[in-house]
Design a protein around this ligand. Sequence first.
Ligand SMILES: Cc1ncc(COP(=O)(O)O)c(C=O)c1O
Length: 392
Amino acid sequence: MTWTMARRAGRLNPSTIREILKITERPGIISLAGGLPSADTFPVAAMAEATARVLRDCPREALQYAASEGFGPLREWVAAELGAQGMQVDASQVLITTGSQQGLDLVGKVLIDPGSRVAVEHPTYLGALQAFAPYEAEFVPIEGDDDGPLPDGLQAARGARFVYLLPNFQNPTGRCVPAGRRDVLVARAAELGLPIVEDNPYGDLWFDAPPPAPLSARAGDAAVYLGSFSKVLAPGLRLGYVVAPKRLYPKLLQAKQAADLHTPGFNQRVAHEVIRNGFLDTHLPQVRARYKVQRDAMRAALDKHLPAGCRFNVPAGGMFFWVELPSGMDAGALLPKAVDAGMAFVPGAPFYCHAPRLNTLRLSFVTVPPPQIDQGVAALGGVLGAALEARR
Ligand SMILES: Cc1ncc(COP(=O)(O)O)c(C=O)c1O
């Protein structure tokens, strides 16, 4: 049989990270590649108790089909939580999604026509590029500096359907946009009539001080906001949320109904049962403390093992270091050598919508503990040192 595939199937690409994760499953490899939260932070006991309570108190409802919008009390919880961060959110604007990754797909489905322009940071979260590409978006890269995307860069996005922004501890660069830059970005986008899609899975993972208020707190109904429970509870729950302006919400909801009817109601109830009485107030400080120690361990390891000419920023939260190698080096070409040396990273290229900077790579500091961080970075340093030596 000759199967004729839709044009969009040609734009579905394997996730580079998932492909790399397959390599890293080989025994003995220290993987600093995947964005996997530390499994030691998963609240196993609280989940077990909450699961038992849900099955005892409301088994029939929890195991039944449920509302596409999400579990009411969880939507209320999200609205209140975001309210505390300065956003004005009514629970009726909250759509619980199957991970925030689904939120990205729904946004693409509702807002992107073939050929629509979509502005993205350069580099940006490659999962968003993967989500938007099948809808045949034409990406407009927005250059940035250590403080985030440059407001002047938005000019090139005039007429785009939206700009996709990650102001908190961005994946992949780890950068956090200061309050002043946020004000200017939102004002500039408003002048251009450019809607904002704000993605914030890492905002709660700050080490010294919480990040400034979300862009959405400044942008009103000019922004869609995406959040996630993956990094604060557990990614296996597949729970995220979209907060949408009233005009957009019904279409996102209908797109979700077409995709999966609703987000697993059982998971929503268990997650709500875990968090409803302030669990995160004690859980998150523990996660932050652990990740800060690991961030410091990776910083020390990078200082110790990376050859001269490599550059990195120290992230104030989140999960990633972004490393720039001396120009002319190709991180992708060095990955097999790194794997042979016992470690893995993600090359930076797939995070760029166009014109990838091949001399970049991303390292996760949260997945493995400090001794392995040092060992993994030492192996990377050895591979980079040998490659630089070979160029001389
Ligand atoms: C920036 C960003 N957005 C969205 C996601 C998707 O998260 P999830 O679907 O687990 O909520 C991730 C996952 O790593 C991410 O880094």
